[in-house]
Ligand binder design. Structure first.
Ligand code: WT7
Length: 622
């Protein structure tokens, strides 16, 4: 497990002093409640908490009985603090269309849109589904929900109608906020028709708010659809923040599960706010003069915590763009960094590997000297990609934060904090505030160098509060072997210095280009096609995307396998789930390996596919 170690240069030792890793970790260990209390005290609360933390396995209550509003901390806190005219969001669209929103303007828009939602009858605790492209209005919509205590459920605009329907009905959203279309790679993809299809079997939806960006404007359905701008212009300007309880839900975000429907991960207002604030300030080290770019779409947890709430909580400037990494050419992101002076760049291994493949001559054409910190999230950053990123983008001086965390954790959990020595391939150590270890299936620590499961031993503020309407699934996370640990479902290995390397999922989730795709969802989409009897999906390692989806399909009797059918099945999955879930490879088979209890053994399929030993097959059916 030996490899290169990179030591921070002296400039980062200074930054690191504000949060020396071992001092901070010790401070936490000595008195965890005092540690979190100090962080929470930076923020504004309408009413104080009784207790920092009450741990009653498997439920943790954070900042009990406190009252707050996250938007008051994201907006007013800065307006009163010299940041009134500071840029909150700098957005660049294709063809270099540019939009700037100061904190003052963002505050104004959020209040107006919040009043608009109120005028539709949305009140505290109601769920609102947001299905929009990554544009400033998306941030406005999220914050407007939070302003009035409504619970947002953001659905990534790449999802298809069935996936959207499941998330709308699962969350019982009464309003859906969308746009006529999204711009992608020079073209325009309609979104409104997808919403129309998705709400056919969603009787709880009362109104659809549509942002119309195209000319001529698309038509709106009477009584159901309302124009985004009209909604904002016909309401009062002022909207005071609704005080919400610390344990009231802030949002629900769906993530793919191992079996059955996707899980609605619920995050509570108080703890989430503290976790997002803490890690943006001390892990990302976002400072007053930074221009901060998180490349994740707001539809993912990264876009929630580090694209929206975290940076606004610390009063930072968010850079957002519509440009994908390779359109119009793979130099566009580097030109944006040079043009605008991006200083923190937080992206995903799949993008880094794509850039690596097209070659370092491309970033070399741009001046990247504004960069100060680099970050990665979503899947393991393999050593080759780390080295490439470090040398070619960070020019041998920017620290790389390989941040391990999950939708469920809400915030960073494991990384190498700025100023600490970096080991390519290893995410790093648990950050101050987090107690984690690599354990065997009983929950006992394994020796360094031995593969085990990553478990979190103690609750933390931004941990998920619940799986929406599924307490059983929530409880399932907090039992590990003999202990009350949080089970991450990730395999990991630790070295002698306590650095943790992540080895991938131990369950049936495939991470494709950094997106979490459930095998169950793909399989049930395939099986819903009239030609398919049974299906199994696996992740097949891929240099660029980390994994690609391969599906094995048993056809119904009498159906003839043809290349056209492969095309049809892929199209069917695309229409149901969206492009990220489409199998890159599809193979027709006669049988599938199954356990005696009838569970498909994907591990056997995967081993076969890769020409490897399938391991223990004692449970395999004859
Ligand atoms: C799963 C969580 C957290 C936002 C993005 C994904 C994998 C995430 C890393 C990393 C290795 C990583 C894990 C985790 N993962 N970050 N730095 N190194 N693996 O959120 O969709 O909830 O997926 O992504 O397998 O369990 P998510």
């Amino acid at each position: 497990m030996s490899g290169n170690i990179y030591y921070p240069d002296s400039s980062y030792k200074e930054t690191a002093k504000i949060h020396n890793y071992s001092d901070k970790y010790q401070e936490f260990t000595k008195d965890p409640d005092a540690f979190w209390r100090r962080i929470a005290s930076d923020l504004l609360w309408f009413e104080p908490w009784d207790q920092v933390r009450v741990w009653d396995h498997p439920f943790a209550r954070w900042f009990t009985n406190a009252k707050l509003n996250i938007t008051y901390n994201c907006l007013e806190r800065h307006l009163n603090n010299d940041r009134r005219n500071k840029v909150a969001i700098c957005w660049v669209g294709e063809n270099n269309r540019e939009r700037i929103l100061t904190y003052y303007q963002l505050h104004k828009d959020v209040m107006r849109f919040a009043n608009g939602l109120k005028s539709l009858g949305v009140t505290k605790g109601d769920r609102v589904c947001i299905y929009m492209p990554a544009i400033p209005e998306m941030v406005v919509a999220m914050l407007a929900c939070a302003r009035i205590g409504a619970v947002h459920t953001v659905v990534f605009a790449g999802y298809g109608a069935k996936a959207l329907n499941e998330r709308i009905t699962g969350s019982q959203s009464k309003v859906v906020i969308t746009a006529d279309s999204t711009v992608r790679r020079g073209g325009s993809i309609p979104l409104k028709p997808i919403v129309e299809e998705a709400i056919i079997n969603a009787p709880m939806v009362e109104k659809v708010v549509v942002l119309r960006t195209q000319e001529p404007k698309v038509g709106l359905l009477d009584d159901l659809e309302i124009d985004f701008e009209d909604l904002m212009s016909s309401v009062p300007r002022q909207c005071p923040p609704e005080p919400v309880g610390s344990e009231d839900p802030l949002f629900i975000l769906y993530t793919s599960g191992t079996t059955g429907a996707p899980k609605g991960i619920v995050h509570a207002a108080g703890g989430y706010m503290v976790g997002a604030y803490y890690t943006t300030k001390y892990v990302l080290t976002l400072q007053e003069n930074d221009l901060y770019w998180c490349t994740a779409d707001p539809g993912w947890i990264t876009g929630h915590t580090y694209g929206t709430y975290g940076p606004l909580l610390v009063g930072g400037t968010i850079f957002m763009t519509e440009y994908t990494p390779d359109y119009p050419d793979p130099g566009v992101w580097w030109r944006l960094i040079e043009e605008y002076g991006v200083s923190i760049f937080y992206t995903a291994p799949t993008a880094i590997r794509m850039f690596m493949k097209v070659g370092s001559e491309i970033p070399d054409k741009s001046d990247l000297s504004s960069l100060r910190i680099l970050g990665s999230v979503g899947e393991p950053l393999n050593p080759e990609a780390f080295e490439w990123f470090y040398h070619n983008i960070g020019k041998d001086h920017c620290p790389i934060l390989d941040t391990w965390w999950q939708t469920e954790t809400g915030m960073h959990m494991i990384t190498t904090m700025v100023g600490e020595p970096m080991k390519p391939g290893f995410a790093g150590k648990p950050i101050p505030g987090i107690v984690a270890d690599v354990v065997n299936d009983e929950g006992d620590p394994v020796p360094s160098g031995t593969t085990g499961f990553l478990a979190i031993k103690e609750p933390w503020p931004s941990m998920m509060q619940m799986v929406h309407q599924n307490e059983e699934r929530y409880r399932g996370y907090w039992n590990f072997g003999k202990y009350h640990y949080y089970s991450t479902n990730d395999l990991a290995v630790k070295d002698d210095d306590g650095y943790i390397m992540l080895l991938g999922r131990s369950d049936d989730i495939i991470i494709v280009a950094g997106h979490n795709v459930g095998t169950a969802e793909i399989e049930s989409a395939l099986v819903s096609h009239q030609s398919v009897a049974e299906a199994a999906a696996i992740g097949k390692p891929d240099d660029l995307k980390g994994n690609l989806i391969k599906a094995f399909v048993i056809l119904r009797n009498g159906v003839i396998p043809t290349p056209k059918l492969i095309h049809d099945l892929k199209y069917h999955v695309r229409m149901m789930l969206g492009p990220i879930s489409v199998p890159a490879e599809l193979e027709f088979v006669e049988t599938l390996p199954k356990t005696r209890s009838g569970k498909i053994m994907r591990r056997v399929l995967k081993a076969r596919e890769m020409g490897m030993d399938p391991g223990d097959v004692s449970t395999l059916e004859e």
